[in-house]
Design a protein around this ligand. Structure first.
Ligand code: SAM
Ligand code: SF4
Length: 328
C-alpha cells in the first residue's frame, strides 16, 4: 500500500471527508435524535484524547483527507474545543474545517473558534417558535441559539447554514417563517429528511421533501442553484442569488453513489455508513502502541469496509444506534 493510492473504497469513491464526533453528550434532547432520559454515554477514559485524534486524522490526511467537520452530540460541550480545532487545522492537507452545533453556547465560543481556523458553521434549528422549539428539543433555548447565530454572522462566518429537520408536525407557516428569517440574515437554509436511526429516528415519522421543494419553489419564486461544500444537498436559490435553500433527501432520493465521508465517533470507532453497522475500531490500536506505518495501513483497510449504500428503506429496523451516538 502506498500513500498515493489514497482513500478509494471498493466502489471507486474517494473518501476525503471525516465527521469527527468529539462527544456523544448534548444539552438538548431533540426527539428524533436522542432518547429521552438517555444516560448510557461513553465514559471519559474511552474518549479519544486530542493527541489520539490528531494522530488518526494525520494518518487520514496523508492518504488524502481534506475536510473535517466537528460534530457530536453537541461539540461545544467538549472542553477546549478551539484548541482541538487549531490542532486539526494545522494538519497538512486538511484545508476545510467546519462545525455542526445546536448553537446554545455559540455566542460564548464563536470568536475562539474563528481564531482557531474553523471555516464554516452549520446550526441545527427546527423552529422559530419558542413552544415548538421546547417540544422538539426538551427545553426552550431558542433565544440562546438566535444569539449564537447573530454572533457567528457578526464575526464573519460565511456561509452560516441552518439545518432544519422536517417532521410531520412542521407546519407550512413554521417553514415559511424560517425561509423569511434566513433570507433576512443571509443564512443558507437546508431541509433534512429524518433517517430511521434508532427508535428515536424511526418514531419521528418520515416527511418526503419532494412536494415541499415544489411548493417552496413556487411560493418564493426560486430557481436551481449550487452552493459550495462537500455535501449531498440539492439547492434552489432566489433569482438575485442572495438566498439558497438545500434539500437533504437521504430517503426520497439517496446520494450514496457520491458518498465521500466516514464518521469517527468519540470512542475511536470509525463508522463507514450511517445506515449500516460496518465499522473499524481505532482506540485499541492507538493504545497498544501502533506505529505510524501500521496506522496508515489500518486506515486503508478501514476504508475497504465501506458498504455501497444504506438500506434505510429496505431495512429501517437495522440501525439501533441513534444519531448523536454516531456523530451526525
Ligand atoms: N448537536 C449538533 C447539532 O444538532 O447540529 C451536532 C450533532 S447532530 C446529531 C447533527 C445533525 O444530525 C443535526 O442537524 C440533526 O438535526 C441531525 N439529526 C439527528 N438525528 C437525525 C435523524 N434521525 N435523521 C436526520 N437527521 C438527524
Ligand atoms: Fe443534541 Fe444535535 Fe441530537 Fe439535537 S440533534 S439532541 S442538538 S446532538
Amino acid at each position: 500500500m502506498t500513500e498515493s493510492s489514497g482513500l478509494i473504497d471498493p466502489f471507486g469513491r474517494k473518501v476525503e471527508y471525516i465527521r469527527l464526533s468529539v462527544t456523544d453528550r448534548c444539552d438538548l434532547r431533540c426527539n428524533y435524535c436522542m432518547p429521552k432520559g438517555f444516560k448510557g454515554f461513553e465514559q471519559p477514559p474511552n474518549w479519544l484524547d486530542f493527541d489520539e485524534i490528531e494522530r488518526v486524522l494525520s494518518a487520514f490526511a496523508r492518504l488524502g483527507l481534506a475536510r473535517v467537520r466537528l460534530t457530536g452530540g453537541e461539540p461545544l460541550l467538549r472542553k477546549d474545543l478551539p484548541k482541538l480545532a487549531a490542532r486539526i487545522k494545522s494538519i497538512p492537507g486538511i484545508d476545510d474545517l467546519s462545525l455542526s452545533t445546536n448553537a446554545t453556547q455559540l455566542s460564548k465560543h464563536a470568536v475562539d473558534l474563528k481564531q482557531a481556523g474553523v471555516d464554516r458553521i452549520n446550526v441545527s434549528l427546527d423552529s422559530l417558535d419558542h413552544q415548538r422549539f421546547a417540544e422538539i428539543t426538551g427545553r426552550d433555548s431558542l433565544q440562546k441559539v438566535l444569539d449564537g447565530l447573530e454572533q457567528a454572522h457578526r464575526i464573519g462566518f460565511a456561509p452560516v447554514k441552518i439545518n432544519m429537520v422536517m417532521t410531520p408536525q412542521t407546519s407550512e407557516q413554521e417553514l415559511d417563517d424560517m425561509v423569511a428569517y434566513c433570507m433576512d440574515n443571509q443564512f443558507v437554509l437546508r431541509l433534512i429528511e429524518i433517517m430511521p436511526m434508532g427508535d428515536t429516528g424511526r418514531n419521528a415519522g418520515f416527511v418526503d421533501l419532494q412536494p415541499i421543494k415544489q411548493r417552496l419553489q413556487q411560493r418564493f419564486d426560486l430557481i436551481d442553484g449550487v452552493v459550495p461544500g462537500a455535501g449531498p444537498a440539492r439547492y434552489l436559490k432566489s433569482k438575485d442569488g442572495s438566498f439558497s435553500i438545500g434539500f437533504i433527501t437521504p430517503l426520497s432520493q439517496h446520494f450514496c453513489a457520491t458518498c465521500n465521508r466516514v464518521r469517527l465517533a468519540v470512542d475511536g470507532t470509525l463508522y463507514l455508513c450511517l445506515g449500516n453497522e460496518h465499522k473499524f475500531e481505532f482506540r485499541p490500536l492507538l493504545r497498544q502502541g501502533i506505529s505510524d506505518d501500521e496506522l496508515l495501513e489500518a486506515v486503508q483497510h478501514a476504508i475497504t469496509l465501506k458498504p455501497e449504500r444504506h438500506e434505510f428503506r429496505e431495512s429501517p429496523q437495522r440501525i439501533v444506534r441513534f444519531m448523536s451516538h454516531t456523530g451526525g
